[in-house]
Design a protein around this ligand. Structure first.
Ligand SMILES: [Zn+2]
Ligand SMILES: [Zn+2]
Length: 265
C-alpha cells in the first residue's frame, strides 16, 4: 500500500508533467522556502527581538534590506528560473526520475550527505578563488556588500556567482541522477543551511551547537565582518576544509580570545 507521502507524490505526477515539476515546481519551492526562512531575521533585527543572540551590534538600514529583496526577486526570475528551464534536459540525461516508488530513505539520506560534502568542497575552492583581487573586486564584492548579513543576503550575489553557486549545488545530484523528491529535499536543506549561516543570530538552538563539524551562523558571520583578505572561513557548511587548509586561523584566534576574556567580540 502506498504511504501518505507516496499518495501526495502520485497526485503531483498525475497532474503535472515532469518538466513542469522539475522546473516551475523547483522554482516555486525554492522561492517559498527561501523567503519564508529568510524573512524572520529581518523582523528580529527591526524589532530588536532576540537581540541577546545577535552576533553583531550593527543593524542594516531599511534601504539596505529593501535593495536586497528587490535585487533577489530580479535575479531569481531572470537568472535562476531560466537556468532551471535550460538545465532540465541535462538532468534527464543524468538520470533524474520522478516516478513511483520513492527511493528508500537510506538512499535519500546517503545521497544528501554526499551532496553536502561535495558542495562544501567545491564551494570552498571556488570561494577562495572569488577572494582573489580581480574576482573579488568585479564579482564577489556584491555578496560582501552586507558586512552584517541577514538571512536573505545568503543569495545576494553577482549573477556570475549565482551561476557558480548553482553549479556547486547541482554537481552532486547531476553525478548521481537522483529522484526529483531527493533533489527537492536537498535544495530545501541547502537553502535552510545557507539562510541560517547568514541569519546574523546564534541561538542556543542553532544547529552548530549540536552538529559536529558544522559551521553555521557564527562561522560565516565572521567571514562577512572581517576584511576580505583576512577573513578566511571559506567553506559553506562544514568547518574542516578551513581547518585542513589553515584558512580559519583568524576565527580560531578570536574564539580563543573570547574564551579567555569571557566576552564576545
Ligand atoms: Zn566571501
Ligand atoms: Zn556569505
Amino acid at each position: 500500500m502506498a504511504s501518505p507521502l507516496e499518495s501526495c507524490w502520485l497526485y503531483l505526477i498525475t497532474h503535472f508533467s515532469e518538466f513542469q515539476l522539475a522546473t516551475v515546481g523547483t522554482f516555486l519551492i525554492h522561492e517559498s522556502v527561501f523567503f519564508l526562512s529568510g524573512l524572520p531575521s529581518i523582523y528580529f533585527e527591526r524589532s530588536g527581538l532576540f537581540s541577546k543572540y545577535k552576533i553583531q551590534k550593527k543593524n542594516n538600514t531599511p534601504e539596505g534590506r529593501e535593495k536586497c529583496i528587490v535585487r533577489l526577486i530580479l535575479y531569481h526570475v531572470c537568472v535562476n528560473l531560466p537556468v532551471m528551464l535550460i538545465s532540465y534536459p541535462t538532468f534527464r540525461f543524468m538520470g533524474l526520475r520522478s516516478s513511483l516508488p520513492l527511493p528508500h530513505w537510506t538512499v535519500i539520506v546517503s545521497q544528501i550527505i554526499f551532496y553536502f560534502i561535495l558542495e562544501d568542497f567545491v564551494f570552498y575552492w571556488g570561494h577562495r578563488i572569488l577572494h582573489t583581487k580581480w574576482l573579488y573586486k568585479h564579482v564577489h564584492s556584491v555578496h560582501h556588500e552586507y558586512a552584517t548579513p541577514f538571512g536573505l543576503t545568503s543569495e545576494y550575489a553577482h549573477p556570475a556567482e549565482i551561476l557558480f553557486l548553482g553549479f556547486a549545488t547541482i554537481i552532486g545530484p547531476a553525478l548521481t541522477g537522483p529522484h526529483l523528491f531527493t533533489l527537492w529535499l536537498w535544495m530545501i536543506l541547502r537553502v535552510l543551511e545557507t539562510v541560517e549561516a547568514h541569519s546574523g543570530y546564534h541561538f542556543p538552538w542553532s544547529p552548530s551547537n549540536f552538529l559536529p563539524l558544522y559551521g553555521g551562523s557564527d562561522f560565516h558571520d565572521f567571514h562577512h565582518r572581517v576584511l576580505y583578505t583576512k577573513s578566511g572561513n571559506y567553506a559553506s557548511t562544514f568547518v574542516y576544509m578551513d581547518w585542513l587548509f589553515g584558512t580559519d586561523q583568524g576565527y580560531r584566534k578570536l574564539k580563543a580570545l573570547e574564551e579567555v576574556e569571557g566576552k564576545k567580540y
